[in-house]
Design a protein around this ligand. Structure first.
Ligand code: BG6
Length: 469
């Protein structure tokens, strides 16, 4: 739709940016922190591990001062479950509570609204050893962890996100390390874990509403509009299949507490159907998220897959779909450019995604990740000319404004990432931040903070409430 006049970004729009604990904090075994699945995983060869990352744990004051200078209204970060409960449950670690109290107080002191992800990929290893999300006791452990967070931080944290990108943990399970890829039917196990995570999420949302009635809570999946590779009806059906499995399964459960029909028939057909015990569906119902947060990097394009096709249930990574025999097959979109890491760039798809989510659920939306990973270059005089990042973000914000004009209720935008950090599987050289961290893949150098060109650009965007993009 072409609009004669654009609506402005709303007043009090939550401009900010995001990080996650294991990718930014470092201090992986300090002050009583227990190991997480990330700490114990065989990390990818040729890139750094997560032991020091950007050392935010020790430098959070300096970093928050920069966030304030940049003008952030909000900062989305995650709490490391293993700092609070080193073994996932049991004894509370006072030092972990102290660290996040300090971080939250520092943000509030600087006028920045904390936006907290409760769990961002880093499941406590002690729970994993007992079966992780395959074990129903992990649901109780998460509920207990949630209760602790609400008790200790609920007086100051009014925006909560439950689980980051649960859909990617399932579709990309072996990479995140939640399931043994050598199992006879790893997908069935993953969907069982998925069911348990969904229950944990629903319980946390209900608890949040009970314990902090003035707070808001929502899910945080990675949602991408799915295009059919052509107008062939078979390709359209393939797009519907992938949409149901990739996107709606997760949000329909979070919002309506039910499996959608296409996703369920897929689970039945493939033999991935989770075991549902008496009372589970009641536990899933009525969680009533206050908003939907979602991460968007790219759209997806798929085509029909013959039943005998070679593809199994797999994505190359979060943004590269491979396919599954008889369900869908990933396809390239010839209309889109790609990042250096092969992710397609689709700002218009961002508008389409915003519209689809809002139309389906009619809940306020916040974008909790969006951004461009690149090999930034530090030039002489501490300059980083990341014009490509500005271009990416600008185009996405233009589409966000169009979506707002379309009627979408968008209340915040938090690109990935506030500051350089370590990528999920491509090391520290794949940078996303507004602030450059001076380190190399295997040499920590001085870890000093340097403002990139995008820093100054985003500062002005926030200052003008998006009037100047
Ligand atoms: C999202 C994750 O999938 O994408 C982040 O929530 C991640 O943790 C981000 O860092 C970018 O992906 P990557 O693989 O480039 O780090």
């Amino acid at each position: 739709m072409l609009h004669k006049q654009l609506k402005p970004f709303p007043e009090n729009f939550l401009w900010g940016a995001s990080t996650s604990a294991y990718q930014v904090e470092g201090a992986w075994n300090e002050d009583g922190k227990g190991p997480s699945v990330i700490d114990m995983a065989n990390h990818v060869q040729g890139v750094t591990d997560f032991k020091v990352t950007s050392d935010h744990y020790h430098r959070y004051k300096e970093d928050i001062a920069l966030f304030a200078d940049l003008g952030f209204k909000t900062y989305r970060f995650s709490i490391a479950w293993t700092r609070i409960y080193p073994s996932g449950t049991g004894e509370l670690n006072a030092k972990g509570i102290e660290f996040y109290n300090n971080l939250i107080n520092e943000l509030i002191d600087k006028g920045i609204e904390p936006l907290v992800t409760m769990y961002h990929f880093d499941l406590p290893y002690a729970l994993q050893q007992k079966g992780g999300w395959s074990n129903r006791e992990t649901i109780d452990a998460f509920e207990n962890y949630a209760k602790t967070l609400f008790e200790h931080f609920g007086d100051r944290v009014k925006y909560w996100l439950t689980i980051n990108e649960q859909n990617m943990m399932i579709l990309h399970g072996s990479a995140i390390g939640t399931v043994d890829p050598n199992l006879e039917n790893p997908e069935k196990e993953l969907y069982q874990q998925n069911h348990h995570m969904l229950m944990a999420q629903a319980k946390a949302m209900k608890l949040c509403h009970e314990m902090i009635p003035d707070a808001k809570i929502g899910p945080a999946p990675n949602i991408s509009t799915v295009y059919p590779a052509s107008s062939k009806p078979e390709d359209v059906l393939a797009a519907q299949n992938f949409n149901a499995i990739r996107n709606w399964l997760y949000l329909d459960m979070a919002v309506f507490g039910r499996y959608n029909a296409t996703a369920w028939s897929y689970l039945e057909e493939k033999g991935y159907k989770p075991t549902i015990l008496e009372g589970d569906m009641e536990a899933l119902a009525g969680a009533n998220p206050d908003f939907i947060a979602f991460n968007y990097y790219s759209s997806a394009t798929v085509k029909h897959s013959d039943i005998n096709g070679e593809a199994r249930n797999s994505v190359g990574d979060q943004q590269i779909a491979i396919g599954e025999a008889g369900v869908y097959a990933g396809a390239a979109n010839p209309n889109l450019d790609k990042t250096e890491f092969g992710w397609e760039i689709d700002p218009t798809g961002f508008r389409a995604t915003l519209r689809e989510i809002y139309d389906r659920y009619n809940l306020p939306l916040i974008v909790t990740e969006n951004g461009l990973g690149a090999f930034d270059k530090l030039e002489e005089g501490d300059v980083v000319n990341d014009d490509y990042r500005i271009d990416y973000l600008r185009k996405h914000l233009e589409q966000a404004q169009l979506a707002i004009t379309d009627g979408v209720e968008l209340f915040g935008y938090c690109p990935w990432s506030a500051i350089d950090l370590v990528s999920t599987h491509q090391g520290s050289s794949k940078r996303y931040g507004f602030i450059y961290v001076n380190r190399e893949e295997f040499d920590l150098l001085d870890l000093r903070r340097i403002k990139k060109k995008s820093y100054y650009w985003y500062q002005n965007v926030i200052k003008t409430n998006g009037a100047e993009l």
